[in-house]
Every structure is written in structure tokens, then in C-alpha cells.
Design a protein around this ligand. Structure first.
Ligand SMILES: Nc1ncnc2c1ncn2[C@@H]1O[C@H](COP(=O)(O)OP(=O)(O)O)[C@@H](O)[C@H]1O
Ligand SMILES: [Mg+2]
Length: 334
């Protein structure tokens, strides 16, 4: 009797075509969000820390929860990490339940907690070694420290590190298991501007390696420069969500252009620009206000068309800070 033709090759081919079909199906299907949060609520006694918050985090993006201290950012993030259980609502991370599937998720997520601390006299390489021992497939710790610019501090005690170095170490620990999603809570709080910029570059580097970054910050400039999308949180509620540019255009479409020109017809010409709502002047210095993303282009077009001499030119575009004020009626620093 002839042997059934299930040689490894045939099985291999069959597997390959099933994999290909699955891949093709996947290409057509909308991608599942990496993090899905639906109407979660979390209270501490009488304090409602998180109230009906919903959002998705997509694969490969840097997503930020932004809002002032006490807004509910850490509580939300800790619910997503499976460290706290919301009283209501649903959460999934990589398609899994953060509490029920905590064990399965442990190898796939990386976490840096707000106000994290280590023992004073633990050495950098010891901390990395200890963290690596907790996971089944850790990355090479020496290489990781190199990538984060900490090679020279391998033998330094934790207590001797600067604020920026400590934060870089915490990023290293969050990356030790080569996670698909990294959670970073107020990563740059307390750092000087230079150290902050260095951390931003590191976070961009994490995204460049196809990982998803979910962070919180109360620094609007940080959110604006670093995040692909942000959710604004205030008093436990989500106020709006979108890219920083979308949010600015949606809520603060006003633009201001300052031009210094001694052209005698300047004021009249500026007033004739479509979209301009107001022109005021102080001698040769004009302030032109209007709305829409193309206001600046129109002003430049006017200057070029009339060959007007310009001594000074400056624009003022609203920021996420202005959006926050507009949406909540109070400044983020209050
Ligand atoms: N463990 C806790 N026990 C009681 N109240 C808490 C606890 N953690 C946070 N809160 C309160 O919940 C609210 C949200 O806090 P948090 O999530 O830490 O906000 P954020 O990270 O935006 O600063 C605040 O009013 C805070 O005081
Ligand atoms: Mg916090």
C-alpha cells in the first residue's frame, strides 16, 4: 500500500498556505487596538478618580493621557496595567484581560511607575540582572544599558545617579522583557529641559522599534512634541481625544501674525485678506488676527503680491495648553 503523502514538506507547505491565508485575511481586517478602554470608573471612597473614560491605543503610536495632577491619569494607567480593578467598564490589552490574563501579559508589557524607587545601594547592572531574571526571554542587559547611555554607570549605586539617569534606568527596566507595549507614567517630571529632551529621544526610539508607547504627562509641551495622539483628562473625565494638531485646530483655530512694515497701504491690504477678523497697529507694527490653518499662508501671499517691505514677521499659533484652558476653563497648572 502506498504511504500517505504527509511528508514534512507537504505539511510545511500546507502550514505556509494557511499562514498566508491568515495573513491575507488580517490585511483586510481593521487592526485590533493594542489597548481598548471602555467606560471605566474607579473610585477611592468618595473620590471618583476615573469617571466613564473610554479610548483606544493603536499599534506603533505614542499615546498620551494628559491633564493636571489629580486628574486620574495614574489611576487609569494602573487599571490598564492590571494593578487596579475598575468598578465598571471593560479593558483589553493585546486582546487580553489585564487582571485575568496578568500572567500571559507579564511577558508582553513593560511598566515604569510614577515615583518608582530602588534601594539606594543597588548597582545599575544588579538591578538590570534582577529584572531580567523575572522574565523568560529577557534582552541583553549590557546592550540595553548601552542603548540608554548608561554603560558607564553599570557599577554605580542607584543613589548616585542623576534624575535623568534614574529615569533612563527605569526605562531600561521597563524594556528588559522586549515588551510590545510600554507604559510610562510621568517619566520626565522633575527633570531639567536637557534631560527631558534626551528622554523624549529615547521614547521615540522605542516607537521606532515598532513598539507601542502609552504615557501620561501633565506637561503640555511634552505631549505636543512627543505624542501622536492624546486624550485630555480633567477631574476623572475625558474631555477630548485626537492628534495635538487636530485638537488645536478644532478648539483654538485662531491664528495671529505680527508684521512690521512701513508700506503706507499695509493696514488696508491686511484687512482685505480673506479670513482676517481684526487688524490693529502700533506705528509700523501690525497685529493680524484670524482663523484657519491657512491664515499665515494668506498673509505671506499678500506681502508677496504687493511686494511689501517687511522688517519683522512672527506668528503665534495656539498650543495644547490653550486647548486645555478653553475646554476646562482653568489652566493645567492650577
Ligand atoms: N490610593 C489612593 N487612595 C485614595 N485616593 C487616591 C489614591 N490614588 C489616587 N487618589 C485620588 O484619585 C484622584 C486621581 O489621582 P491620580 O490617578 O493619581 O491622578 P493623576 O495621575 O492624574 O495625578 C486624585 O483625587 C487622588 O487624590
Ligand atoms: Mg499620576
Amino acid at each position: 500500500m502506498e504511504q500517505q503523502d504527509d511528508t514534512p514538506d507537504t505539511i510545511g507547505n500546507a502550514r505556509a498556505s494557511v499562514a498566508c491565508m491568515t495573513e491575507c485575511l488580517r490585511a483586510d481586517m481593521p487592526r485590533q487596538p493594542v489597548v481598548h478602554v471602555e467606560a471605566i470608573r474607579k473610585t477611592y471612597g468618595k473620590t471618583v478618580a476615573v469617571d466613564e473614560i473610554s479610548f483606544d491605543v493603536h499599534e506603533g503610536e505614542i499615546f498620551g493621557l494628559i491633564g493636571p495632577n489629580g486628574a486620574g491619569k495614574t489611576t487609569t494607567m494602573e487599571c490598564v496595567e492590571g494593578l487596579r480593578r475598575p468598578e465598571r467598564g471593560a479593558i483589553s490589552v493585546l486582546g487580553l484581560d489585564p487582571i485575568r490574563d496578568a500572567y500571559a501579559l507579564q511577558n508582553r508589557i513593560g511598566v515604569q511607575l510614577q515615583e518608582a524607587q530602588l534601594q539606594k545601594r543597588v548597582k545599575v547592572r544588579e538591578a538590570v540582572g534582577l529584572w531580567a531574571s523575572l522574565y523568560t526571554k529577557p534582552v541583553d542587559g549590557t546592550r540595553l544599558l548601552e542603548q540608554l547611555g548608561l554603560s558607564e554607570k553599570r557599577d554605580a549605586w542607584f543613589m548616585t545617579l542623576s534624575g535623568g539617569q534614574k529615569q533612563r534606568l527605569f526605562i531600561a527596566l521597563a524594556l528588559i522583557n522586549d515588551p510590545e507595549v510600554v507604559f510610562l507614567d510621568e517619566l520626565t517630571t522633575g527633570l531639567d529641559p536637557q534631560a527631558r529632551r534626551a528622554i523624549w529621544d529615547l521614547v521615540r526610539g522605542i516607537r521606532a522599534r515598532d513598539k507601542t508607547v502609552f504615557l501620561t504627562t501633565h506637561l503640555m509641551e511634552e505631549a505636543e512634541r512627543l505624542c501622536d495622539r492624546v486624550a485630555i483628562i480633567d477631574h476623572g473625565r475625558m474631555v477630548d481625544i485626537g492628534t495635538p494638531a487636530e485638537l488645536v485646530l478644532r478648539h483654538c483655530p485662531e491664528r495671529t501674525v505680527f508684521v512690521t512694515s512701513d508700506d503706507p497701504a499695509a493696514e488696508e491690504r491686511f484687512r482685505a485678506i480673506p479670513g482676517v477678523a481684526l487688524v490693529s497697529s502700533d506705528g509700523p507694527r501690525y497685529t493680524i488676527r484670524g482663523s484657519g490653518a491657512d491664515l499665515v499662508t494668506r498673509v505671506i501671499g499678500c506681502l508677496a503680491e504687493h511686494r511689501m517691505g517687511v522688517v519683522d514677521f512672527r506668528t503665534e499659533v495656539p498650543t495644547l495648553e490653550d486647548v486645555f484652558l478653553k475646554l476646562t476653563g482653568h489652566s493645567i497648572r492650577d
